[in-house]
Design a protein around this ligand. Sequence first.
Ligand SMILES: *[C@@H]1O[C@H](CO)[C@@H](O)[C@H](O)[C@H]1NC(C)=O
Length: 312
Amino acid sequence: MAVYSGISMVLCLWVGVVFGVCLASAIVELPTFHHPTKGDGSLSFLVIGDWGRKGDYNQSQVAFQMGEIGDQLAIDFVVSTGDNFYDNGLTGEHDDAFTESFTDVYTAESLQKQWYSVLGNHDYRGDAEAQLSSHLRKLDSRWPCLRSFVVNTETVDLFFVDTTPFVEEYFNSPEHVYDWRGVFPQQTYTKNVLNGLEYALMKSTTKWRIVIGHHAIRSAGHHGDTKELVERLLPILRTYNVDLYMNGHDHSLEHISDDESPIQFMTSGAGSKAWRGDVTMDRKGVSFFYDGQGFMSVQLVETDIGIVFYGC
Ligand SMILES: *[C@@H]1O[C@H](CO)[C@@H](O)[C@H](O)[C@H]1NC(C)=O
């Protein structure tokens, strides 16, 4: 186990392939959930993104493997980095896609845990508020999806950030219609998100801090870096000693290191459709890129974080 910027990267073998990765203005208070750790303070969870395709594009195969690994690691919860339902989110809270792409796909016993989900840009192309509705939680109690929130545990605080409203091009898109209810005016909304995040980070006293959003800050894949997040979110993560930033959006698995801080950028957006064949490996900091389907696991104790990518 090599210690790397304070984070231990563990190797993993799966289907004969090694994917080791190796791997102030007004105070805004984000909704906060408390999640218990295991008795010894450790915690493990899976991270999956860009998945809801009614089982197609290997979504079901990835789900099956998640079930196996979830069982081995006795995971405490699952994190979804967004783009939960393709192509255009849910049509409403009664859309059968919720059951067909979520409940009927992630059926393994080990995945019957809380899922903490954020919205992706594709989710905003449908009825975004439907995914936040308590009706879905009645259909499947694993499903709390909020725009921005905090999950507090004994060992780590996880900060979920609604990144889609930061991306300017979606507001000038003639191609797609986005559901911006609750988001206008955009500048006020994004400022409040960042204020809420800063306040929560300031108060955080856990050993580890992980921030999660749909869009990448750094990515070597098709979409690349998200410039609005590099400008507005990254400085906050650096100031408050965030350890990891996790995202989806690019349909790949990636590990990139920050050049100015110990922050590690992890992309896990490979829950279904992948193999885009569009990668820029010759950039600084990229230590791992996988273009196909898969997911990621995180195991945490007070002294170490172990991250493993699983691909198929
Ligand atoms: C599904 O995964 C297999 C490898 O397990 C791969 O050969 C195939 O291309 C994948 N299908 C899609 C649609 O990505």
